[in-house]
Design a protein around this ligand. Structure first.
Ligand SMILES: Cc1ncc(COP(=O)(O)O)c(C=O)c1O
Length: 358
């Protein structure tokens, strides 16, 4: 019998077909679409981080959510999602599910009562994401999980932005936690992966569907993902500190009209000084160990720091280029840059990869 990689020696197992262990297709020694030793190893680490019974890995975050939803709902069912949510998730709710006869309702997640009001006798699933992409809005996980459970409805939480170091949704009663592991979990921008973590019984249902969708992670990717996760405890506190410093700097910047950040800043500094005192505070302070590294800012019209606000007249852009504040709008952009809808090129340093909503 092959021993396979161990946690101390996470080598890669890149065979697609195995001779041993064929009695258990769900096991790691059958066929790589069913799972291989590297998948199992990465999944075990994620389950431990999220505090869940089990976990599974998928080819991307979208593969995780789409496979999970397809596994858990059928035609005629109803699903509740959030108004502020990652665009791909919104598209599953607004485009994919309705085409399959599943109705959906999107609610303002800042108020748990909105979820309750949207419940129907057909509701099978509630999808939450907190903090949300792109508005960093907070969902009260305990409140939503509680009301879902009371109505026999399953909950799925996207924990991509928080990471399990800042928030563990299962601790608040969420059934299944999922991630775009492409982001913080891997942390090296060289893997596309997703994870689902939750009770074995629900994961078995999702795994059955993943066998059909074939949303399988390649055998080398879990090895890279494990390499990335090893530095998560070093990276996340630094991201948290950078997020806070940037949120504070932008909040007092004259060109910035609004900063979307999970906490009210003056209270946050104080809270960090008295860590552990969490009672009577807003949901994010009860459920998140820290605010995380992500934020979004809005700038005054005509300011240069955000791609959205660069949609101004070409005349204004030319004037700014003449003053040396912007690349010349009449000069073709370098081949690797995208142009904004109004045709002005991205500012220096704003590469296509810096867009926070992807
Ligand atoms: C919050 C969030 N969830 C899910 C996804 C989708 O993940 P992936 O790109 O790995 O499919 C993204 C992608 O940006 C995201 O930001």
């Amino acid at each position: 019998m092959r021993s396979g990689p161990t946690p101390r020696d996470p080598g890669t197992e890149d065979a697609t077909t195995f001779a041993a262990g064929a009695v258990e297709p769900r096991g790691q020694d059958f066929y790589t679409r069913s799972g291989n030793p590297n998948h199992a190893q990465a999944a075990a680490v994620v389950a431990e981080l999220e505090g869940t019974e089990g976990a599974m890995v998928t080819a991307s975050g979208m593969a995780a959510i789409t496979t999970a939803v397809l596994a858990l709902v059928s035609s005629g069912d109803h699903v509740i999602g959030q108004k502020s949510t990652y665009g791909g998730t919104a598209s599953v709710l607004l485009n994919l599910l309705p085409r399959l006869g599943v109705s959906t309702t999107l609610v303002d997640q800042r108020d748990p009562e909105e979820f309750e009001k949207a419940l129907t006798s057909k509701t099978r699933l509630i999808l939450v994401e907190t903090p949300s992409n792109p508005l960093l809005q907070i969902t009260d996980l305990r409140a939503v999980a509680g009301l879902a459970r009371a109505h026999g409805v399953l909950t799925l939480a996207d924990n991509t932005f928080a990471t399990p170091l800042n928030q563990r949704p299962a601790d608040f009663g969420i059934d299944v936690v999922w991630h775009s592991a492409t982001k913080y979990l891997n942390g090296h921008s060289d893997v596309s992966a997703g994870v689902l973590a939750g009770p074995a019984k629900i994961l078995d249902r999702i795994w059955d569907t993943s066998l059909l969708t074939g949303a399988t992670l390649g055998p080398t990717d879990p090895w890279l993902l494990l390499r990335g996760i090893r530095t998560l405890p070093l990276r996340v506190p630094r991201h948290n500190d950078n997020g806070l410093a940037l949120a504070e700097a932008l909040s007092s910047h004259p060109a910035v009209t609004r900063v979307h950040y999970p906490a009210a800043l003056p209270h946050l500094r104080r809270r960090r000084r008295v860590r552990g005192h969490r009672t009577g505070r807003p949901a994010q302070h009860r459920q998140q160990a820290d605010e995380g590294g992500l934020l979004r800012s809005r700038t005054r019209r005509g300011c240069l720091s955000s791609r959205r606000t660069r949609c101004r007249s070409r005349r204004e852009a030319r004037q700014q280029a003449a003053r040396g504040q912007l690349p010349d709008p009449d000069r073709p952009p370098p081949p690797y840059t995208r142009t904004t809808p109004c045709g002005s090129p991205p500012a220096a340093g704003d590469t296509p990869h810096s867009h926070s909503e992807t």
